[in-house]
Unconditional design. Structure first.
Length: 195
């Protein structure tokens, strides 16, 4: 896909209103993408703060994810290197259990394949949370996937969602900090190294 066609696709996505009638705060697709990106962060869907700012992972979850990956703010928000494309591009509102609702299923079906086709330089995809993992890897548990991350390399790296709840999960699973995070930082650096 040529650069102009990719920009046109991004314009189409940013003006999407396919779910307007069911999104409680209206559509506001939030993503970051470029044909030259070598690292893809595939996450769940924007939260309320990201919906307000329009900047992906500009919240506490983003701070935690940047800490996990070892990426600086400048690196993280450089679309030429890092693409951020959640399963649902708009904030889905609150769920019945008090957390965010699941991403709208229409979104990935409408846009994901075309976006990925337009990013041929991708080397590594971080599958952040259960929705991203299920979309790409099929059924399974998040903890098992994260523990067995090497099974999915070099193409994918499954991670828990970096919400505040992940701290509780990480405390119960000390292997995450000891084994997974060092390997994650190495994989991320390798994906960003263009040499």
């Amino acid at each position: 896909m040529r650069a102009a066609a990719f920009e046109s696709l991004l314009d189409d996505i940013r003006s999407c209103s396919a779910c307007a009638e069911v999104l409680p705060f209206g559509p506001r697709p939030v993503l970051q993408a470029s044909p030259t990106a070598t690292l893809l962060i595939a996450s769940q869907a924007p939260g309320a703060k990201v919906h307000a700012s329009g900047i992906p992972f500009r919240d506490a979850s983003g701070d935690r994810l940047r800490e996990w990956t070892g990426l600086s703010l400048d690196e993280f928000y450089d679309p030429e290197k890092v693409a951020i494309v959640p399963m649902g591009l708009c904030y889905p509102g609150r769920g019945k259990n008090g957390g965010d609702a699941p991403p709208r299923p229409e979104c990935a079906a409408l846009w994901r394949e075309r976006l990925l086709e337009g990013m041929p330089a991708l080397r590594l995809t971080l599958l952040v949370g259960t929705y991203a993992q299920a979309n790409v890897l099929g059924p399974g548990t998040m903890s098992d996937r994260v523990r067995d991350f090497e099974r999915y390399l070099p193409r994918f790296f499954p991670l828990p969602h970096p919400s505040w709840r992940s701290r509780i999960w990480a405390d119960r699973n000390p292997w995450f900090a000891a084994d997974v995070l060092p390997a994650l930082r190495t994989a991320v650096r390798s994906a960003l190294d263009r040499e």
